[in-house]
Design a protein around this ligand. Structure first.
Ligand code: ADP
Ligand code: MG
Length: 564
């Protein structure tokens, strides 16, 4: 082997490692899940690459994960014959944290209590570094499929690691942990105990679709014991099983495996479609929005499998963009393993599947709203802003979306309201659903446009998300009641009340103020289209209104910023 080089971890990686070394994270068992998850990903990648690249000379006939324990040396090894890593891969993937949000995470951790820190780390996904919770030295040997030399990496988690090129190593990756001596006497953390390992694998990794093998002690025929290699996970793809065969905790663990989220999902949607185009889907609504929900380079969370074979993650063809926070797996029976993103976008079966899955998700939210107000509120607070994009982009599901949407309103500052509830509260003779958009609740509430509405007791929806400006123009009505901005065009509250006598009064006022209006029209000239008397103000002397169909001030800003 070549001479070993000692390199420093990237600064952020060092900080995260320190947290692991001092195991501020309470559940140490998860290190095994993280190693198995990485091994499973590596096997998925190899199978796919071997399939796509016929020139890649690899043996894919016995892909598996092996766990080996040495009680004397107190080491634990997790080995896979998956894709492996090149030397550069090791430096960039293990020596640094490429994940976005690391800096922010570390900043937050500085101020967090222990419980909150636990939560934050779990959310972030501790990955490979979690091994340093239980090991005082970690050694990784890896050879990438198709390459002839291998890499050996080793670290005690104290700021540096050593790396060297080695000639001989099986393809794939092995990670060996030298377990901390202080855990030796503590049976809950004795990771050399095969029952302990079995238990952890069954708890967290049972559904991994690759065999996880370990040598265990079993009975032989003569009442004695012998040692033999066994597969210790059931390998059953959860999504392929019937709903009543899967326990809540299995769903939860699977979700955590898939999403790298520490918290339980808010809702699970399990779909099995039979018939000409057969597929299974297991979808989850998380309980928290991801940090990149509104980032340009956002990830989507649905993985595509074909007949149990992992094909791709982040599959955008399976659900509309406004449901990009949904995590899960879709397994289709009748697609080619060679299927590409482009083909998926055009496939008729996929588009039917996408429609069905969209409806399933929306109806799950609807059920949640009907049966569990707290969970629904969490959902809407976290994801409502994204879901509302669907009001613009998905006319087919507009009614379903309007049904599950809720909005702030002047009715009760503490509560969101659905449109249905708004309509039920509408005053006699009120024909419109009123709303006002603006940058914040305070801006909207203090708008002069509000005055008359408040004075006359009309409820107004308070729409403060940027997307609100856009969908309101796409949605003409709800339940036969047109949506109407109180800042645009003529809003005639007296007519709304059907008061005829008001009409005579207004004629008088028009005469009285004719000269003033004429003068103002002259003074303001080109800057305004018209100066008119208004019934919408009570205390403010004047306000600016847009024409019906005009851009709102916020949208004007948006378009100007985009260079229009
Ligand atoms: P994550 O899995 O969330 O990306 P990890 O810290 O668990 O983060 O792993 C970092 C990266 O190291 C992985 O994304 C993968 O590219 C690489 N890696 C880790 N373990 C293996 C392995 N057994 N085989 C191949 N690559 C691996
Ligand atoms: Mg990982």
């Amino acid at each position: 082997s070549t001479q070993a080089e000692t390199l420093e971890f990237q600064a952020e990686a060092q900080q995260l490692l320190q947290l692991m070394v001092h195991s501020i994270y309470s559940n140490k068992d998860v290190f095994l899940r993280e190693l198995i998850a990485n091994a499973s990903d590596a096997l998925d990648k190899l199978r796919l690459e071997a399939f796509r690249d016929k020139d890649l000379e690899v043996d894919t006939s016995d892909l598996h994960i092996a766990i080996e324990v040495d009680r004397e040396q107190r080491t634990l090894t997790v080995r896979d014959n998956g894709i492996g890593m090149s030397r550069d891969d090791v430096v960039s993937l293990i020596g640094t944290i490429a994940k976005s949000g690391t800096g922010e995470l570390l900043r937050k951790l500085k101020e967090a209590s222990d419980a909150a820190a636990n939560e934050l780390i779990g959310q972030f996904g501790v990955g490979f570094y979690s091994t340093f919770m239980v090991a005082d030295e970690v050694t990784l040997v890896t050879r990438r499929a198709g390459e002839s030399t291998a890499t050996r990496w080793s670290s005690t988690g104290q700021g540096t690691y050593t790396i060297e090129t080695v000639e001989e190593a099986p393809q794939g990756t092995s990670v060996t942990l030298r377990l901390k001596p202080e855990d030796a006497e503590d049976h809950l953390h004795d990771y050399t105990d095969e029952w302990r390992i079995r238990h952890i694998v069954q708890r967290y990794s049972d559904f991994i679709t690759w065999p996880i093998r370990m040598e265990v002690e079993t009975r032989d025929g003569d009442g004695g014991t012998k040692r033999e290699i066994q597969t210790i996970n059931s390998m059953k793809a959860l999504w392929a099983r019937g709903k009543d065969e899967v326990g809540e905790d299995e769903y939860r663990e699977f979700y955590k495996h898939l999403s790298h989220d520490w918290r339980d999902p808010l809702e699970t949607v399990h779909v099995k479609a039979e018939g000409t185009f057969e597929y299974q889907a297991l979808l989850f609504l998380p309980s928290h929005a991801p940090a990149d929900l509104f980032a340009r380079e956002r990830t989507r969370g649905v993985h595509l499998y074909v007949k149990r074979v992992f094909i791709m993650d982040d599959c955008e063809a399976l659900l509309p963009d406004y449901l990009r926070f949904v995590r899960g797996v879709v397994d289709a029976q009748d697609l080619s393993l060679n299927v590409s993103r482009e083909i998926l976008q055009q496939d008729r079966h996929i588009s039917l599947m996408r429609r069905r899955l969209t409806k399933k998700v929306l109806s799950a939210v609807k059920d949640m709203r009907a049966n569990d107000a707290d969970r629904y509120r969490t959902f809407w607070t976290e994801f409502g802003q994204a879901v509302k994009e669907g009001l613009l982009s998905d006319p087919e599901n507009r009614d379903a979306l309007l049904d599950i949407a809720s909005f702030a309103s002047t009715h009760d500052p503490e509560q969101l309201t659905t449109l249905r509830e708004y309509v039920e509260r509408m005053k006699d003779g009120q024909n419109h659903i009123y709303y006002l958009t603006g940058a914040s609740r305070q801006v909207v509430e203090s708008s002069p446009h509000m005055e008359a509405f408040r004075a006359k007791g009309y409820e107004v929806l308070v729409l403060t998300d940027p997307i609100d400006e856009m969908w309101v123009d796409a949605v003409p009505e709800f339940d036969g009641k047109p949506l109407k901005s109180i800042a645009r065009g003529e809003v005639d509250l007296d007519a709304e009340e059907g008061a005829e006598e008001a009409e005579g009064e207004r004629d008088e006022q028009r005469e009285e103020f004719a000269a003033l209006l004429e003068w103002m029209t002259g003074e303001l000239g080109e800057q305004v289209r018209q100066v008119r008397l208004s019934s919408r103000l009570t205390t403010s002397p004047a306000c600016l209104v847009g024409e019906a169909g005009d851009l709102t001030p916020t949208m004007e800003k948006v378009y100007r910023a985009m260079g229009h």
